[in-house]
Design a binder for this molecule. Structure first.
Ligand code: ADP
Ligand code: MG
Length: 304
């Protein structure tokens, strides 16, 4: 494409809310044959809500909330934010029923983020973990059949379950739901009609990922992946000779956004993802994946 064509397309893109950072992405986007989508915040709205809280030990709901609130207090993860909002309300309700006011809520000490699995820290003298089954396995916390049952029940409904352990024992769990974006299904169908296949790659568990993929019409799913694993999947596709685009919003998507021939970041995503991408979808609407490819096709065929 000529520099003028690139300039025209970039201007057109900007007016449509598709920020194109350079000519290179624009040159490649029309050749894209496979698009890898992140799940949370990309295919889904990214604002999870807690729909259920369950206790699995003799701990009171009040203490359970206090401990988990303290552990998640400094986490930036959307699941943590959803839990904090829900648990603080729940706890206030307990307090007002009792008309007492024992606030024990603190922040965890030795707080640690485990990317793709959860968080850990010390609340008072208790060792607390909040995260998925893989986090519990890392710390040798047993997940019994009753808890497994709770997890699969919710995962089949496309919900994500988060486990909370106190001193090496599961104290309780909560389930969050994160609805898919309303346009997701149509965009996947439309891409298929353009000869482009869609793949989902996520750090979330297999059951939830599969349920969400079904909702949006994606057949190929790769779940329980860490950030490097996401980038490796991109490279696998490239080795098969395909030009690959990646669409993502999280810090955990940035290696994949860089590895892809065309990296597209969701505008509402993290700064790290936006920096790693070649194209930013300002409106966070998945229809603009098609807009971006269209701009590239027009640039190459010099329609304007
Ligand atoms: P995705 O790739 O879908 O954007 P992440 O890699 O961010 O997801 O997280 C994967 C999984 O790790 C989550 O679904 C959740 O089970 C767990 N997880 C990560 N961070 C937290 C946290 N702060 N609190 C609870 N669970 C967490
Ligand atoms: Mg995400």
């Amino acid at each position: 494409a000529t520099p003028t064509a690139v300039m025209v397309a970039t201007g057109k893109g900007a007016s449509l809310g598709v920020l194109i950072k350079g000519g290179n992405a624009l040159e490649k986007a029309h050749k894209v044959k496979a698009i890898v989508f992140d799940k949370t915040g990309t295919l889904t709205v990214g604002k999870p809500e807690v729909v259920n809280v369950m206790l699995f030990s003799s701990v009171s709901m009040e203490d359970f909330c206090d401990v988990a609130i303290a552990a998640e207090a400094n986490s930036q993860h959307p699941i943590a934010k959803a839990f904090l909002e829900h648990a603080r309300k729940l706890r206030q309700k307990i307090e007002s029923n009792r008309q007492s006011n024992n606030q024990h809520v603190t922040e965890a000490k030795d707080f640690e983020v485990h990317p793709g699995t959860g968080v850990s820290g010390k609340v008072g003298d208790k060792m607390v973990l909040v995260g998925n089954k893989r986090l519990m396995q890392t710390y040798n916390v047993t997940v019994g059949p009753e808890i497994e049952g709770y997890i699969s029940e919710h995962e089949q409904q496309a919900r994500t379950c988060v486990l909370v352990s106190i001193d090496g024992k599961i104290a309780g769990a909560f389930a969050v739901t994160d609805p898919v974006k309303p346009e997701a299904n149509n965009v996947i169908l439309y891409l298929r009609s353009m000869g482009i296949s869609s793949i989902m790659v996520t750090g979330d568990n297999w059951a939830t990922a599969t349920a969400i993929a079904k909702e949006v019409g994606i057949e190929k799913v790769i779940a329980e992946t860490d950030p490097i694993g996401k980038a490796d999947r991109i490279k696998d596709l490239q080795m098969r000779g395909l030009t690959v685009a990646m669409v993502g919003d999280g810090i955990n998507d940035s290696p994949a956004l860089v590895a892809a021939d065309v990296g597209m970041a969701i505008g509402a995503g993290t700064d790290v993802a936006i920096e790693a991408a070649d194209i930013v979808l300002i409106k966070s609407n998945l229809e603009d994946v098609v807009t971006a490819i269209d701009l590239s096709r027009k640039t190459i065929s010099r329609i304007w």
